[in-house]
Design a protein around this ligand. Structure first.
Ligand code: SF4
Length: 312
């Protein structure tokens, strides 16, 4: 049976059915609709004001590649300028190849690129060194927890280095739904309370951060990359199989089989979540070691580096 006509242009054959709406669209109309939806997310959420210098967290993977490409298309309408900032965690056999993809993107799209490395920022520590130090100790499953904390700080440092006023990351709806599930499974009320919305406004001197793809499903991010013929790095990090996130991802797939809108429903649930006063975390203060925003005496980075020093 021939493919139906695109319901938008009525000229080309449809190349896909949108997972969420079931709309039959050709590749060109799907990409136009996808970009319009990201534009709406940015404008409705007032995420990037005109004149903003935006640091795009670039990993070479599909999400940040799609984000950089879409924002480059939208930049003239938004009145923003873009800088790519990539973080080198020091993961041999993985990050070098991913960084090569980021360098190709920067050259092709004529975007300035800055790479910041854990080794330079955190006293010579790389993720490989952290993993070696925890191997066989029962703590190795926590690699991604440490890496997440270090990466957040590294991206902030890189963004400041390039004079950015805002940071954007490529988290999509599936990523956010997994995070909501993980926070529920860990009973982490503090993160649940902070996790809603499309980003943070930049409390405690941190740069404002947002996630323009937060309402886009992973399937549509992949489809956009396919139809725009984007070159990205698709291998999984060597430490990812140990991550707790994998269980949340598996659970989300099961939920989506029964309820296709499960990922977005979870994202919206987190936005509307209201904690009882007794469960609300105290307002953040300043880290006693480095002065960064912290919900306890030490910020997450100071806790991580202190923990590394104790165990190594
Ligand atoms: Fe870091 Fe974990 Fe991501 Fe690898 S999978 S880059 S260790 S957060």
């Amino acid at each position: 049976m021939p493919a139906p006509q695109c319901v938008s242009c009525h000229a080309a054959r449809a190349a896909l059915r949108r997972p969420r709406s079931g709309q039959a669209l050709c590749g060109a109309c799907f990409c136009t609709a996808f970009e319009a939806e990201v534009l709406h997310t940015v404008l409705a959420g007032r995420l990037l004001p005109p004149g903003a210098v935006v640091a795009v967290g670039a990993s070479g993977g599909k999400d940040s590649t799609v984000l950089a490409h879409v924002l480059r298309e939208l930049a003239p309408r938004l009145g923003v300028s873009l800088r790519l900032v990539a973080v080198d965690e020091g993961i041999s056999g993985y990050r070098d190849a991913a960084l090569a993809a980021v360098r190709r993107q920067a050259a092709r799209w004529d975007l300035p690129l800055t790479v910041v490395a854990y080794a330079d920022l955190f006293g010579g520590w790389t993720m490989d060194a952290v993993a070696r130090s925890t191997a066989g100790s029962g703590r190795s499953r926590a690699c991604c927890t440490f890496c997440g904390v270090l990466r957040r700080r590294a991206l902030e440092e890189g963004a400041r280095l390039v004079g950015a006023t805002h940071i954007v990351t490529g988290h999509n709806a599936d990523d956010m739904a997994e995070t909501v599930l993980m926070n529920f499974l860990r009973g982490d009320a503090g993160r649940l309370a902070r996790g809603g919305g499309l980003g943070s406004r930049g409390e405690g001197g941190a740069l404002p951060r947002c996630r323009p793809l937060q309402l886009a499903s992973q399937k549509e991010v992949v489809l956009y990359a396919h139809f725009r013929r984007l070159d990205y790095f698709s291998e999984e990090c060597v430490y990812a199989p140990e991550a707790f996130r994998g269980h949340a991802r598996h659970l989300l797939k099961l939920l989506e089989a029964a309820r296709p809108s499960a990922a977005l429903d979870l994202v919206h649930s987190a936005e509307r979540l209201a904690l009882a006063p007794a469960a609300r975390p105290p307002p953040p203060g300043a880290c006693s070691r480095c002065g960064a925003l912290a919900s306890r005496a030490l910020c997450q980075l100071s806790l991580v580096t202190a923990s590394r020093r104790r165990h190594i």
